[in-house]
Design a protein around this ligand. Structure first.
Ligand SMILES: [Cu+2]
Length: 167
């Protein structure tokens, strides 16, 4: 009888610790999803005239937090696009902006209107693959005499584009 009781004790405590481990594992998962950025790879993004500079230019984990800073003097935006096209091969419209509806592109997420000198954060789940990071702003001016919209070269055409890889 005594030996039986001794045998049962370790089994019971092993079971209890297993349950404990499972609870801890679940708790960690909940904390991770509730706390945006917890466990994510952080990539610094500097927007400027005319560049999008990621540091570093690749991520090993699929949850990526972009810490975006506009170091320029104009308002910019930050668009994450999944595509196997090269950054210079992206389809553009008449105004020189990238056609975000094009079939070869999948716009994952974006932060619009990052004011000069300000910071924004964007956390996204990125599957392994090739991405491009761009600013897709086009500045338009009303040409009063001709009543036509004129536009400057798009920020994309001016150089606000770069590749990014998730391994
Ligand atoms: Cu821009």
């Amino acid at each position: 009888m005594r030996s039986k009781a001794l045998l049962r004790m370790p089994a019971a405590s092993a079971l209890l610790s297993l349950v404990g481990l499972l609870l801890v594992a679940c708790g960690d998962d909940d904390a991770g999803s509730a706390d945006a950025g917890g466990g994510a790879t952080t990539i610094g993004i500097t927007l400027d005239e005319w560049s999008v500079l990621p540091e570093p230019a690749s991520a090993e984990s699929e949850e990526v937090t972009f810490d975006i800073f506009n170091a320029g003097e104009e308002t910019h935006e930050f668009v994450v696009i999944k595509t196997d096209l090269g950054v210079l091969d992206l389809p553009t419209g008449d105004d020189g902006s990238v056609d975000e509806e094009a079939a070869a592109l999948e716009v994952v997420d974006e932060v619009e209107d990052v004011a000069a000198g300000s910071s924004e954060t964007l956390t996204v789940d990125l599957g392994p693959g090739n991405y491009v990071l761009i600013c897709n702003i086009v500045e338009e001016e009303m040409e009063m005499e001709q009543m036509e919209m004129e536009h400057d070269p798009s920020h994309f055409q001016s150089g606000m584009r770069t590749g990014f890889t998730v391994e």
